[in-house]
Design a protein around this ligand. Structure first.
Ligand SMILES: Nc1ncnc2c1ncn2[C@@H]1O[C@H](COP(=O)(O)OP(=O)(O)OP(=O)(O)O)[C@@H](O)[C@H]1O
Length: 283
Protein backbone atom coordinates (compact mmCIF):
# COMPACT_ATOMS: atom_id res chain seq x y z
CA UNK A 1 0.00 0.00 0.00
CA UNK A 2 1.39 3.35 -1.04
CA UNK A 3 0.23 6.84 -0.16
CA UNK A 4 1.45 8.96 -3.07
CA UNK A 5 5.15 8.21 -3.13
CA UNK A 6 5.45 6.74 0.38
CA UNK A 7 5.08 3.01 0.88
CA UNK A 8 3.07 2.40 4.07
CA UNK A 9 3.23 -1.40 3.70
CA UNK A 10 5.58 -3.35 1.51
CA UNK A 11 6.32 -7.05 0.91
CA UNK A 12 3.47 -7.61 3.23
CA UNK A 13 2.40 -11.25 3.03
CA UNK A 14 0.46 -12.38 6.02
CA UNK A 15 -2.32 -14.85 6.78
CA UNK A 16 -4.51 -15.12 9.85
CA UNK A 17 -6.45 -18.37 10.22
CA UNK A 18 -10.21 -18.01 10.64
CA UNK A 19 -11.62 -18.54 14.11
CA UNK A 20 -8.62 -16.86 15.70
CA UNK A 21 -8.40 -13.75 17.84
CA UNK A 22 -5.43 -12.05 16.28
CA UNK A 23 -3.51 -9.11 17.67
CA UNK A 24 -1.74 -6.67 15.38
CA UNK A 25 1.03 -4.78 17.14
CA UNK A 26 3.75 -2.41 16.01
CA UNK A 27 5.21 1.00 16.76
CA UNK A 28 3.52 4.26 15.78
CA UNK A 29 3.43 4.66 12.03
CA UNK A 30 4.25 0.98 11.41
CA UNK A 31 1.27 0.48 9.14
CA UNK A 32 -1.31 -1.12 11.43
CA UNK A 33 -4.24 1.14 10.56
CA UNK A 34 -3.33 0.85 6.88
CA UNK A 35 -3.33 -2.95 7.13
CA UNK A 36 -6.71 -2.96 8.90
CA UNK A 37 -8.21 -0.57 6.35
CA UNK A 38 -7.02 -2.91 3.61
CA UNK A 39 -8.50 -5.89 5.45
CA UNK A 40 -11.95 -4.28 5.59
CA UNK A 41 -11.88 -2.94 2.04
CA UNK A 42 -11.68 0.76 2.96
CA UNK A 43 -8.41 0.98 1.04
CA UNK A 44 -7.37 -0.87 -2.07
CA UNK A 45 -3.75 -2.06 -2.28
CA UNK A 46 -1.44 -0.49 -4.86
CA UNK A 47 -0.27 -3.99 -5.75
CA UNK A 48 -1.21 -7.41 -4.43
CA UNK A 49 -4.53 -8.52 -3.03
CA UNK A 50 -6.47 -8.99 0.18
CA UNK A 51 -8.67 -12.03 0.67
CA UNK A 52 -11.17 -12.55 3.46
CA UNK A 53 -12.51 -16.08 3.98
CA UNK A 54 -10.83 -17.01 0.73
CA UNK A 55 -12.55 -14.39 -1.42
CA UNK A 56 -11.58 -10.90 -2.53
CA UNK A 57 -12.42 -8.52 0.30
CA UNK A 58 -15.02 -6.66 -1.80
CA UNK A 59 -17.08 -9.85 -1.98
CA UNK A 60 -16.94 -10.39 1.78
CA UNK A 61 -18.00 -6.94 2.96
CA UNK A 62 -21.29 -8.09 4.48
CA UNK A 63 -19.41 -10.52 6.69
CA UNK A 64 -17.06 -7.87 8.11
CA UNK A 65 -17.61 -5.32 10.87
CA UNK A 66 -15.04 -2.63 11.55
CA UNK A 67 -14.54 -0.57 14.68
CA UNK A 68 -12.41 2.40 13.63
CA UNK A 69 -9.94 4.10 15.94
CA UNK A 70 -12.12 7.22 16.08
CA UNK A 71 -15.18 5.13 17.15
CA UNK A 72 -17.54 6.83 14.75
CA UNK A 73 -20.60 7.38 16.87
CA UNK A 74 -22.72 10.50 16.59
CA UNK A 75 -22.35 12.44 19.83
CA UNK A 76 -25.81 14.00 19.52
CA UNK A 77 -27.55 10.65 19.01
CA UNK A 78 -29.06 8.67 21.81
CA UNK A 79 -27.84 5.08 22.14
CA UNK A 80 -31.17 3.73 20.90
CA UNK A 81 -30.91 5.95 17.82
CA UNK A 82 -27.52 4.39 17.06
CA UNK A 83 -29.23 1.00 17.19
CA UNK A 84 -32.05 2.15 14.90
CA UNK A 85 -29.49 3.55 12.51
CA UNK A 86 -27.64 0.22 12.53
CA UNK A 87 -30.84 -1.68 11.80
CA UNK A 88 -31.55 0.49 8.75
CA UNK A 89 -28.11 -0.11 7.33
CA UNK A 90 -27.53 -3.78 8.04
CA UNK A 91 -29.57 -6.68 6.70
CA UNK A 92 -28.19 -9.13 9.28
CA UNK A 93 -28.82 -6.78 12.24
CA UNK A 94 -29.52 -8.43 15.60
CA UNK A 95 -31.20 -5.66 17.61
CA UNK A 96 -32.36 -7.91 20.45
CA UNK A 97 -28.83 -9.05 21.20
CA UNK A 98 -27.61 -5.45 21.09
CA UNK A 99 -30.23 -4.33 23.63
CA UNK A 100 -29.45 -7.27 25.87
CA UNK A 101 -25.76 -6.50 25.75
CA UNK A 102 -26.28 -2.83 26.63
CA UNK A 103 -28.65 -3.76 29.46
CA UNK A 104 -26.05 -6.15 30.87
CA UNK A 105 -23.51 -3.35 30.72
CA UNK A 106 -25.90 -0.91 32.41
CA UNK A 107 -25.73 1.55 29.50
CA UNK A 108 -29.05 3.42 29.25
CA UNK A 109 -30.59 3.46 25.78
CA UNK A 110 -31.84 7.02 26.18
CA UNK A 111 -28.39 8.44 27.02
CA UNK A 112 -26.78 10.67 24.39
CA UNK A 113 -23.59 9.15 23.06
CA UNK A 114 -21.67 12.36 23.79
CA UNK A 115 -22.46 11.93 27.50
CA UNK A 116 -21.08 8.43 27.81
CA UNK A 117 -17.65 7.70 29.28
CA UNK A 118 -14.87 6.59 26.94
CA UNK A 119 -15.28 2.98 28.03
CA UNK A 120 -19.05 3.09 27.55
CA UNK A 121 -18.61 4.63 24.11
CA UNK A 122 -16.29 1.81 23.12
CA UNK A 123 -18.82 -0.69 24.44
CA UNK A 124 -21.61 0.93 22.39
CA UNK A 125 -19.43 0.91 19.28
CA UNK A 126 -18.56 -2.74 19.95
CA UNK A 127 -22.25 -3.55 20.48
CA UNK A 128 -23.15 -1.94 17.16
CA UNK A 129 -20.35 -3.84 15.44
CA UNK A 130 -21.43 -7.18 16.97
CA UNK A 131 -25.10 -6.56 16.12
CA UNK A 132 -24.12 -6.74 12.46
CA UNK A 133 -23.40 -10.42 13.17
CA UNK A 134 -20.08 -10.33 11.40
CA UNK A 135 -17.91 -13.36 10.74
CA UNK A 136 -14.87 -11.10 10.94
CA UNK A 137 -14.60 -8.25 13.43
CA UNK A 138 -11.74 -5.80 12.93
CA UNK A 139 -10.93 -3.29 15.66
CA UNK A 140 -8.40 -0.47 15.42
CA UNK A 141 -6.99 0.21 18.89
CA UNK A 142 -10.18 -0.49 20.82
CA UNK A 143 -8.31 -0.03 24.11
CA UNK A 144 -6.85 3.41 23.44
CA UNK A 145 -7.88 6.04 26.03
CA UNK A 146 -9.44 3.48 28.36
CA UNK A 147 -8.53 2.95 31.99
CA UNK A 148 -7.42 -0.56 33.06
CA UNK A 149 -10.87 -1.51 34.30
CA UNK A 150 -12.57 -0.38 31.08
CA UNK A 151 -9.91 -2.17 29.03
CA UNK A 152 -10.61 -5.34 30.92
CA UNK A 153 -14.38 -4.91 30.42
CA UNK A 154 -13.98 -4.36 26.68
CA UNK A 155 -11.70 -7.37 26.26
CA UNK A 156 -14.07 -9.48 28.33
CA UNK A 157 -17.01 -8.40 26.16
CA UNK A 158 -15.05 -9.33 23.10
CA UNK A 159 -14.20 -12.73 24.54
CA UNK A 160 -17.83 -13.44 25.35
CA UNK A 161 -18.82 -12.60 21.79
CA UNK A 162 -16.10 -14.87 20.43
CA UNK A 163 -17.19 -17.72 22.72
CA UNK A 164 -20.85 -17.31 21.66
CA UNK A 165 -20.36 -16.89 17.93
CA UNK A 166 -16.92 -18.20 16.97
CA UNK A 167 -16.19 -15.05 15.04
CA UNK A 168 -12.72 -14.20 13.81
CA UNK A 169 -11.18 -11.10 15.35
CA UNK A 170 -8.30 -8.92 14.22
CA UNK A 171 -7.43 -6.05 16.53
CA UNK A 172 -4.58 -3.61 16.78
CA UNK A 173 -3.27 -2.50 20.13
CA UNK A 174 -0.36 -0.86 21.87
CA UNK A 175 -1.31 -2.44 25.17
CA UNK A 176 0.52 -5.73 24.73
CA UNK A 177 0.04 -6.81 28.34
CA UNK A 178 -3.74 -6.90 27.80
CA UNK A 179 -3.50 -9.25 24.84
CA UNK A 180 -2.06 -12.31 26.56
CA UNK A 181 -4.80 -14.75 27.46
CA UNK A 182 -7.22 -13.10 25.04
CA UNK A 183 -5.53 -13.24 21.66
CA UNK A 184 -4.16 -16.47 20.24
CA UNK A 185 -2.46 -15.16 17.10
CA UNK A 186 0.10 -12.38 16.83
CA UNK A 187 1.11 -10.25 13.88
CA UNK A 188 3.93 -7.76 14.39
CA UNK A 189 4.26 -5.06 11.76
CA UNK A 190 7.32 -2.85 11.87
CA UNK A 191 8.42 -0.21 9.39
CA UNK A 192 5.77 -1.28 6.88
CA UNK A 193 6.83 -4.93 6.86
CA UNK A 194 5.48 -8.02 8.56
CA UNK A 195 7.99 -9.11 11.14
CA UNK A 196 6.20 -11.92 12.91
CA UNK A 197 3.00 -13.83 12.33
CA UNK A 198 2.15 -16.87 14.34
CA UNK A 199 0.33 -18.71 17.08
CA UNK A 200 1.03 -16.89 20.35
CA UNK A 201 1.61 -20.00 22.47
CA UNK A 202 4.03 -21.43 19.91
CA UNK A 203 5.74 -18.10 19.52
CA UNK A 204 6.25 -17.51 23.22
CA UNK A 205 7.30 -21.11 23.86
CA UNK A 206 9.84 -20.78 21.06
CA UNK A 207 11.82 -18.03 22.79
CA UNK A 208 14.06 -17.91 25.86
CA UNK A 209 15.87 -15.24 27.78
CA UNK A 210 19.48 -16.19 28.37
CA UNK A 211 21.59 -14.55 31.05
CA UNK A 212 25.32 -15.00 31.45
CA UNK A 213 28.78 -13.43 31.43
CA UNK A 214 29.15 -10.59 28.93
CA UNK A 215 32.57 -11.72 27.70
CA UNK A 216 31.11 -14.93 26.26
CA UNK A 217 27.99 -13.31 24.76
CA UNK A 218 29.37 -12.74 21.26
CA UNK A 219 30.47 -16.33 20.89
CA UNK A 220 27.08 -17.59 22.02
CA UNK A 221 25.18 -15.10 19.85
CA UNK A 222 27.03 -16.35 16.79
CA UNK A 223 25.50 -19.80 17.31
CA UNK A 224 21.79 -18.95 17.63
CA UNK A 225 19.13 -16.54 16.32
CA UNK A 226 19.26 -13.61 18.70
CA UNK A 227 16.26 -11.30 18.70
CA UNK A 228 17.57 -8.70 21.13
CA UNK A 229 20.51 -8.19 23.44
CA UNK A 230 20.72 -6.28 26.69
CA UNK A 231 22.27 -6.35 30.12
CA UNK A 232 24.70 -4.13 31.89
CA UNK A 233 28.33 -4.46 32.92
CA UNK A 234 29.51 -8.03 33.18
CA UNK A 235 26.05 -9.51 32.88
CA UNK A 236 24.56 -9.97 29.40
CA UNK A 237 21.04 -10.95 28.43
CA UNK A 238 19.81 -12.22 25.08
CA UNK A 239 16.32 -13.02 23.97
CA UNK A 240 16.81 -15.87 21.53
CA UNK A 241 14.70 -18.01 19.30
CA UNK A 242 14.77 -21.80 19.12
CA UNK A 243 17.38 -21.96 21.87
CA UNK A 244 19.07 -25.29 21.88
CA UNK A 245 19.86 -25.99 25.52
CA UNK A 246 22.90 -23.98 26.36
CA UNK A 247 25.62 -24.45 26.38
CA UNK A 248 27.87 -23.09 28.92
CA UNK A 249 26.92 -23.72 32.57
CA UNK A 250 27.51 -20.06 33.35
CA UNK A 251 24.44 -19.21 31.24
CA UNK A 252 20.89 -19.66 32.45
CA UNK A 253 17.76 -19.77 30.32
CA UNK A 254 14.25 -18.83 31.39
CA UNK A 255 10.92 -18.72 29.55
CA UNK A 256 9.61 -15.34 28.37
CA UNK A 257 6.14 -13.84 28.24
CA UNK A 258 4.35 -12.27 25.30
CA UNK A 259 5.26 -8.71 26.20
CA UNK A 260 8.98 -9.50 26.44
CA UNK A 261 8.84 -11.28 23.09
CA UNK A 262 7.01 -8.44 21.35
CA UNK A 263 9.29 -5.76 22.80
CA UNK A 264 12.35 -7.69 21.66
CA UNK A 265 11.05 -7.76 18.08
CA UNK A 266 10.02 -4.12 18.12
CA UNK A 267 13.54 -3.19 19.21
CA UNK A 268 14.96 -5.08 16.24
CA UNK A 269 13.05 -3.81 13.21
CA UNK A 270 15.49 -5.40 10.77
CA UNK A 271 14.94 -8.87 12.11
CA UNK A 272 12.29 -9.77 9.58
CA UNK A 273 15.19 -11.23 7.62
CA UNK A 274 15.17 -14.24 9.93
CA UNK A 275 12.70 -16.96 9.01
CA UNK A 276 9.39 -15.94 10.47
CA UNK A 277 8.02 -18.14 13.22
CA UNK A 278 4.95 -20.24 12.57
CA UNK A 279 3.76 -18.81 9.30
CA UNK A 280 3.28 -22.37 8.17
CA UNK A 281 0.59 -23.01 10.74
CA UNK A 282 -1.57 -20.34 9.10
CA UNK A 283 -2.14 -22.59 6.15
N1 LIG B 1 -3.61 9.27 4.36
C1 LIG B 1 -2.27 9.18 4.37
N2 LIG B 1 -1.50 9.88 3.53
C2 LIG B 1 -0.16 9.75 3.53
N3 LIG B 1 0.53 8.96 4.36
C3 LIG B 1 -0.18 8.23 5.24
C4 LIG B 1 -1.62 8.31 5.30
N4 LIG B 1 -2.04 7.47 6.28
C5 LIG B 1 -0.92 6.90 6.81
N5 LIG B 1 0.19 7.36 6.19
C6 LIG B 1 1.58 6.94 6.47
O1 LIG B 1 1.66 5.52 6.36
C7 LIG B 1 2.44 4.97 7.41
C8 LIG B 1 1.62 3.98 8.20
O2 LIG B 1 0.58 4.67 8.89
P1 LIG B 1 -0.52 3.91 9.78
O3 LIG B 1 -1.52 4.92 10.21
O4 LIG B 1 -1.01 2.72 9.04
O5 LIG B 1 0.36 3.45 11.03
P2 LIG B 1 -0.08 2.84 12.45
O6 LIG B 1 0.79 1.66 12.69
O7 LIG B 1 -1.55 2.61 12.48
O8 LIG B 1 0.32 4.00 13.46
P3 LIG B 1 -0.28 4.42 14.91
O9 LIG B 1 0.16 3.34 15.87
O10 LIG B 1 0.42 5.70 15.18
O11 LIG B 1 -1.76 4.55 14.79
C9 LIG B 1 2.95 6.14 8.23
O12 LIG B 1 4.23 6.46 7.77
C10 LIG B 1 1.98 7.26 7.90
O13 LIG B 1 2.61 8.51 7.98
Amino acid sequence: MRYRRTWALRDCSVAVPSGRVAALVGPNGAGKTTLLHLAVGMLAPATGEVRVFGRPVRESMERIAFLAQSKPLYAGFRVEEMLRFGRELNPRWDGAAARRRLADLGIPLDRRVGRLSGGQRTQVALTVALAKRPDLLVLDEPLADLDPLARDDVMRGLMEAVAETGLTVLLSSHVVSELEGVCDWLVVVNGGRIQVSGDIDELVAGHRLLTGPAETADALAARMPVVSRGGAGRQATMLVRDATPPLDPRWTARPVNLEETVLAYLRAPDLAALPRPSLASAR
